[in-house]
Design a protein around this ligand. Structure first.
Ligand code: APR
Ligand code: PHB
Length: 389
């Protein structure tokens, strides 16, 4: 098989890139190791920056988002009995859209099918060859037979556990990582959200987050130990712990119900430099991971896709390779800002097991500065709604 751009990974990054390329007459093939149902079963954050919403619209996948997405014009940070309401419009001309990542992925798959996009599911043994040449290719197994795709470029959209990143030689790659000493225990419940806005709550008992998917589907998280297990948490135990971490006013009106999904996610910050090697380009979780505080995972994957797709269009339409050559530099400049914001929000809102009394005082001073400084709130707002591409 021959294509212009071979895409490894049929998650949000790979699907969005394929859709944008197709809209610009560029042929691609996606190789996905799972089934479509498996990909769509993943529960992930649901706060979309305006840049991602615009990119989905540009890709022809924004209609349902426009209809069903909830525009959020602010968010709330609570610290015991102190609440800091951030109204985005006071600081920046933007807002965010609350719309589940699963729905984004579903919309992308629908558009891919409608556009007769090429994708192979349940592939195995994907291997990248000659990435440093002008004729790279991929070998893989599908339906028990050996396959090969010859292409001009390879997009590594295969997430943190994919093969693309490790195709870059270890003496070329530099990896930066921070593993946080706690996780997030999250549940989905078919209950009305506790508030119109998201509540990021910090308490002496740990962090909690009140989020939502729609008017009758809520998403809640509590910070838990890194080695905690879902089976340690009954629904009642979760609700009881959540109530003592969020503002009392919210706790009193919280509508509880049976969880329809319950899972624990570890928290890590990770960046791989560079994000390209020859004609291999990394996008999204293949190149970087953020802790979920601030919901920058999908949004930062989208900014990578934005840069790569526009660079590929420039190459195929004008023969100009300049943007491709500086893709990694361009993408990383924004990636690191998203990493910083996610690390800052995580450090501000969580209780760390080894926190010294001085560390706690620093956290409290940071919170008090945020509460009293318009400039500090403006910095939070600019990062939360998404820095410009
Ligand atoms: N061959 C083919 N497909 C692969 C391989 C492989 N060797 N390894 C991984 N994949 C697939 C996975 O099954 C997954 O569907 O690549 C896809 C990667 O998707 P994500 O992990 O979702 O990463 P990405 O598309 O970059 O999306 C980033 O989505 O998952 C969230 O937390 C993530 O919010 C972030 C955003
Ligand atoms: C979610 O709704 O799952 C969510 C929202 C905001 C975050 C993280 C997760 O920062």
């Amino acid at each position: 098989m021959k294509t212009q751009v071979a895409i490894i990974g049929g998650g949000p990054s790979g699907l969005l890139l394929s859709q944008l390329l197709r809209k610009n007459g560029i042929d691609s093939v996606i190789l996905e190791r799972q089934t479509k149902d498996h990909v769509l079963s993943r529960i992930r954050a649901g706060v979309l920056e305006r840049g991602l919403a615009a990119l989905l619209k540009e890709a022809g996948c924004g209609a349902r988002l426009e209809r069903e997405g909830f525009i959020h014009k602010g968010t709330v940070l609570s610290f015991e009995d102190t609440q800091i309401g951030i109204t985005f419009a006071d600081h920046v001309d933007a807002d965010v859209v609350v719309y589940g990542q699963t729905e984004v992925t579903r919309d992308l798959y629908e558009a891919h099918t409608a556009g007769n996009g090429k994708i192979e599911f349940k592939v195995k043994d994907v291997e990248i060859h000659d990435a440093k040449s002008e004729t790279p290719y991929i070998t893989y197994m599908a339906e028990g037979s050996a396959r090969r795709i010859d292409c001009d470029f390879i997009a590594g959209c295969d997430g943190f556990h994919g093969v693309s990143r490790n195709t870059i030689p270890s003496n070329v790659r530099e990896e930066f990582e921070k593993v946080y000493p706690f996780g997030w225990l999250g549940i989905l419940s078919e209950t009305p959200p506790v508030d119109d806005e998201l509540i990021y709550a910090s308490s002496p008992h740990g962090f909690a987050l009140c989020s939502m998917r729609n008017a009758n589907l809520s998403r809640y998280y509590i910070q838990c130990d890194s080695d905690d297990k879902v089976e340690n948490w009954s629904d009642d135990a979760f609700w009881k712990e959540l109530k003592r971490r969020i503002p009392q006013e919210a706790a009193q009106k919280l509508v509880t119900g049976p969880s329809i999904e319950k899972s624990i996610a570890p928290l890590r910050s990770f960046v791989c430099e560079p994000m390209q090697w020859g004609r291999l380009f990394l996008c999204g979780d293949a190149a970087h991971i953020v802790p979920p505080t601030g919901a920058k995972g999908l949004n930062t994957a989208a900014s990578d896709v934005n840069y790569l797709y526009r660079a590929l269009v420039q190459f195929y339409n004008k023969g100009d390779e300049s943007s491709l050559k500086k893709y990694s530099e361009t993408a990383l400049a924004r990636v690191w800002k998203a990493e910083r914001f996610s690390w800052w929000m995580t450090s501000l809102l969580h209780r760390f097991p080894d926190q010294s009394p001085f560390d706690l005082k620093m956290q409290q001073a940071e919170i008090e500065f945020l509460r009293t400084s318009t400039a500090a709130q403006s910095v939070l707002a600019q990062n939360y709604v998404g820095l410009p591409y």
